[in-house]
Design a protein around this ligand. Structure first.
Ligand code: SF4
Length: 207
């Protein structure tokens, strides 16, 4: 397989939009480091990753749903897919009914930083692109924040699709040339688990 055809894991897009350098350290440099925020996220995702189905009245929640889109060259896993009965929705053989579908992504903390929100939003857009193609409907999407216990609906613009496409192309180019993108001095580094490897202050001073 050529790097230009490389299938991208949706999780990588979250890393890339958070900080391209962080993405490069993880996926090109094969570095990894965890901190409090990473561990908290893993704990929050344990329930979603169980793969169990639950139901409430006539609604269902499927967990750990694997998705892909060949045209975009993406694959990944949805934390949750909420199924609500809807005669105009998608027929699901398992329940022999039609449903409207909602993607739910779990996050531990509601962020106020646009850099982190954009990273989460793009991750969910990639999930939606896969789920829409697989189920043949337009899925709605939301983020469930564990700290506030609230869901926030996420809406996408045409620009979001274009930004995602550009990022996927940039990632494929980095793989093809084994490039770790440079540190962007404007990136906010608080909370990044890779700080001890990246040493952002030294890099930014020298930039
Ligand atoms: S410490 Fe900052 S520059 Fe370095 S990888 Fe993390 S977010 Fe990116």
């Amino acid at each position: 397989m050529k790097d230009s055809d490389r299938i991208i894991n949706i999780r990588e897009l979250q890393h890339y939009f958070y900080c391209p350098h962080r993405w490069g350290l993880i996926h090109i440099g094969c570095d990894w480091s965890e901190n409090f925020f990473v561990s908290k996220s893993q704990i929050i995702h344990n329930n979603a990753d169980s793969g169990k189905t639950s139901s409430l009245r006539s609604k269902y929640v499927e967990r750990s749903v694997q998705v892909y889109n060949d045209e975009w060259g993406l694959f990944g896993v949805l934390d949750c897919l909420r199924l609500t009965p809807d005669n105009n929705g998608c027929y699901i053989e398992k329940y022999r009914k039609k449903f409207s579908l909602e993607i739910v992504e779990y996050k531990p903390t509601k962020t106020t930083r646009s850099q982190a929100f954009t990273a989460d939003k793009m991750q969910i857009l990639a999930q939606k692109i896969c789920a829409d193609a697989m189920f043949g409907v337009s899925c709605s999407a939301c983020i469930y924040y564990a700290d506030t216990r609230k869901c926030v609906e996420i809406v996408f613009s045409q620009n979001d699709y274009e930004d995602l496409k550009q990022a996927i192309d940039a990632i494929r180019l980095c793989y093809a040339k084994a490039i770790i993108p440079p540190v962007d001095p404007s990136v906010y580094c608080g909370g990044c688990s890779m700080k001890d490897i990246c040493l952002p202050k030294a890099v930014k001073i020298n930039a």
